[in-house]
Structures are given as structure tokens and as C-alpha cells.
Design a protein around this ligand. Structure first.
Ligand code: MG
Length: 302
């Protein structure tokens, strides 16, 4: 039985049709935030309700706990120097794992008010850190600490670690969630999971134009709409295709928004990232488990 649903011939060229989806590990309450750390030959991801960061060692397949009681991590990424950057629901901040093993808090406020609960993060080639800040980590005490939003809105922010400046770049979404730049960074994709709070709100990925100086965005048109649960986290491959989570699968969309195909996953997919020495292995966090599948695709920048 196939793990794939091919909806466009272009998808056939992006997959290895006989490569199986593998479940590498299970035992999380809600798996999220995968990041591949090449130097450690490891995939890190969050088990948010259990407040821990897990590590899959691809040299022997073992799984261990990297961090526990660490502030309810959600999304992760690497910066230009290969340092892990984390969204922390509990500490309501963006933090960075330094080379000496310490976590440094980078930003936790906007205009003097505490962030809600940073959800997902990406680092632009100029070193700026872009992250979404919906309320999922303060809506209850399951994935953080229940609290009222001080900001009163859920935005996407651009933070410059060189200057400490933080600006709200996307302010027109209900609950911005996953985000990624296009290959040339001229566009920013942002998922809106606002239907969790506003019934019937489109479960969409929006696409914005990034200004020439990289300091702001404009526009905001619908790139894709999900007919199966939410688009949460996603990544862009080097051809510009968007590989995104949904309730039943990982879906690949062409740059023009055409749904190319699906990798069927038996749990709710939350997020994904490219890894492995050749970056052709897609690691998938889905509800309680970590999955992986080899593709004929590579991440933007590879
Ligand atoms: Mg997310």
C-alpha cells in the first residue's frame, strides 16, 4: 500500500515512491517544533505538554531527553551560525542555545508588554528572527501557563538580535502559526490557525511580499486553504514548493499554490523539517510520534 497520494505529475519527481513512511518514536503528548542539528547528527523536537525537548540520534536511532522543565518549548530553528533558536510558551520568549550549552533569552516583550507564547520561528539570512505569537501557550495550563494576553493581539514579529529592535510585521491574522520565507526571501508564508478561536475562519496559509530592505511586509493573499484540519508548521524546498502539515498528511504545494500530493500520516501532523546528511529526509512531528520519510527534495538553501 502506498504512503502517497499523487495529485500532480510534479509530485512523482519529489518522492521516492517505494520509500516508506517510518514511525521513529512514539510517546509524546503533542509533538512539535522539529529542527535538524547537522553537527549533532540529531533531530530535536518538542513534547509541549510534557515540557521537554527530545533528541533523535540518527546514528543509532536512540531517543533521549535534551531538556526537561525548560519552559514549554514549541517551534525551533537554526540561526546562521547553527545555534538552536526556540519559542518558549512558558517563559513567553524567544531563546537561543549558545555554544557553551546555556540558553539565552533574546526577546520577551513588545512595546513593554509580555509576548503571548511564541509558537514558531524562522531566521532570515540577514540574521533577523521572525516569529509568530498566538495565545495557545496561555489559553490554558496544558502547554504553558494560563494567562491573559497583555498585547491583546496575535502578531508575527521581526526581531533583530543585533539591535534589540522588535517590530510587528504581520498584524492581520487571528492566530499566526507556522512561517517560512520563499527561496529568495521575497515572500513570507504564514499559516493562520484562527479557526481554533473564530468558528469558520479559513484554515489558510497567507503569503506576503517582503520589502526590499527586509524590514517589513505588505499584501497578504491566500496561498492555500486546508480541507483537512490545520496547516500548522511547514517548510519550503529549494524549488519553492511548500511542504505543510495537515490533519491527515504532509501536503506539498507548488509555488503557484497547486496541491501536488500528500504523504499520508496516521496522526495529526503538526510540523516537519528536512534533515539527514543529504537533507533529503523529511522529519515529521505528528501528535504523539516522530515520523520520517526519504524524499527526492531538499530544503531551500541546500
Ligand atoms: Mg505551530
Amino acid at each position: 500500500m502506498s504512503d502517497y497520494e499523487i495529485l500532480d505529475p510534479r509530485f512523482s519527481a519529489l518522492i521516492i515512491s517505494h520509500a516508506k513512511l517510518e514511525r521513529l518514536w512514539t510517546g509524546a503528548r503533542w509533538a512539535e517544533g522539529p529542527v535538524y542539528v547537522p553537527a549533532a547528527k540529531s533531530l530535536l523536537w518538542s513534547d509541549i505538554p510534557n515540557d521537554r525537548v527530545l533528541r533523535y540520534d540518527e546514528t543509532d536511532g536512540s531517543v533521549s531527553v535534551l531538556e526537561a522543565s525548560c519552559g514549554y518549548h514549541n517551534g525551533h530553528t537554526l540561526d546562521g551560525q547553527g545555534r538552536v533558536v526556540a519559542c518558549e510558551h512558558g517563559n513567553r520568549r524567544i531563546a537561543r542555545l549558545e555554544f557553551d550549552g546555556r540558553w539565552t533569552g533574546l526577546v520577551d516583550r513588545f512595546e513593554g508588554k509580555r509576548l503571548n507564547s511564541p509558537n514558531d520561528v524562522v531566521v532570515k539570512s540577514d540574521g533577523t528572527i521572525w516569529f509568530s505569537d498566538p495565545t495557545y501557550g496561555i489559553d490554558s495550563s496544558y502547554e504553558g501557563h494560563a494567562a491573559t494576553s497583555e498585547i491583546g493581539a496575535s502578531n508575527v514579529y521581526r526581531f533583530d538580535p543585533a539591535t534589540g529592535e522588535i517590530t510587528a510585521v504581520v498584524t492581520d491574522l487571528i492566530k499566526p502559526n507556522g512561517l517560512a520565507f520563499s527561496v529568495d526571501e521575497s515572500h513570507l508564508y504564514v499559516a493562520d490557525t484562527g479557526a481554533t478561536h473564530v468558528s469558520g475562519h479559513p484554515r489558510a496559509i497567507k503569503v506576503y511580499d517582503v520589502s526590499a530592505d527586509g524590514g517589513s511586509v505588505s499584501g497578504g493573499t491566500t496561498f492555500a486553504v486546508s480541507d483537512a484540519g490545520f496547516f500548522d508548521g511547514f517548510r519550503v524546498d529549494r524549488l519553492g514548493n511548500v511542504w505543510t502539515s495537515s490533519a491527515d498528511s504532509v501536503r506539498a504545494y507548488a509555488p503557484d499554490g497547486t496541491l501536488l500530493g500528500k504523504i499520508l500520516v496516521p496522526e495529526l501532523v503538526s510540523n516537519l523539517t528536512f534533515g539527514g546528511p543529504k537533507r533529503n529526509r523529511l522529519y515529521i512531528t505528528a501528535q504523539t510520534s516522530l515520523y520520517a520519510v526519504y524524499l527526492n527534495a531538499h530544503p531551500a538553501g541546500w
